[in-house]
Design a protein. Structure first.
Length: 263
């Protein structure tokens, strides 16, 4: 092989390497763009949204549903204040937001109160603007292990937020783990302008807007802390599965929850 052939070969390899690197950079930029403006995946780590969301659910969150704030961007750079291209969330939406006490932490709850709403719990019943929210008792929620064995039963209720001029009626399910818990009776919360009131569907096991920010709760959530609306579960895995034990992965998948909408 003469010198010209060697040089040409090195140039070809260098070009191939550059093309591969450029393709990788483009793929990363496209993924970041989708994550920023369209959909972002989130993992459910706690039981605060049972029975709607289980530990091990993975959800896609619509970033464009409410517009964008600095928290929509990677590393949350303070390049602008408030929200741009924003639209008002609806009561009953399942929302991912940044914890006001520590904006590096993501929370997921159901939006119960809009600015100006009055929220209260009385004997386990949700009151919205002085009126009880309609609910009815349904079958117990059964907690089972990955082998189908019954572990626990909990009272389950179907709750319906009423429709008004801007918000449709929304029906979902909640859990009542304990009778006469401290969270079953509260004072009246009046949601301030530019803020929202969030609650977990697992009413007795959720640090949410019923608990003041100063004592480790969520408090009222500012508008610019909203990340997006949880629209769909795309995969669901039993927490018992181990990354170090690949033979547990297939049996741990909850197939009936995959690619299902979120009420």
């Amino acid at each position: 092989m003469d010198r010209e052939q060697v040089v040409a070969k090195h140039k070809t390899r260098g070009g191939e390497l550059w093309d591969s690197l450029r393709t990788l950079v483009y793929a990363v930029l496209i993924a970041l763009g989708i994550r920023t403006v369209a959909y972002e995946p989130f993992h459910i780590p706690s039981e605060s949204m049972l029975p709607t969301l289980l530990v091990g659910d993975y959800v896609f969150v619509s970033k464009y549903a409410y517009g964008y704030s600095k928290y929509s961007l990677l590393f949350s750079p303070p390049i602008f204040e408030g929200r741009i291209l924003g639209s008002e969330p609806k009561r009953g939406d399942v929302v991912v937001f940044r914890w006001p006490h520590d904006p590096s932490v993501d929370y997921i709850k159901r939006l119960i109160g809009l600015p100006g709403d009055r929220i209260q719990m009385r004997e386990g019943v949700l009151y919205l603007n002085g009126e009880p929210v309609k609910r009815r008792r349904v079958e117990d929620f059964e907690r089972r292990d990955r082998f189908g064995n019954l572990v626990e039963r909990n009272q389950q209720w179907e709750e319906t937020l009423p429709a008004d001029g801007k918000n449709p009626a929304v029906t979902y399910r909640t859990l009542d783990l304990y009778a006469y818990s401290s969270s079953d009776n509260t004072g009246v919360y009046t949601v301030p302008p530019g803020h929202y009131f969030m609650m977990g569907d697992n009413r007795d096991n959720s640090q949410d807007s019923r608990v003041a920010l100063e004592v480790g709760g969520v408090g009222y959530v500012p508008s610019d802390h909203l990340i997006g609306r949880a629209d769909v579960r795309w995969i669901s895995i039993e927490p018992s599965a181990s990354l170090l034990k690949p033979w547990t992965w297939f049996s741990a998948l909850r197939w009936n929850r995959m690619f299902t909408g979120i009420d």
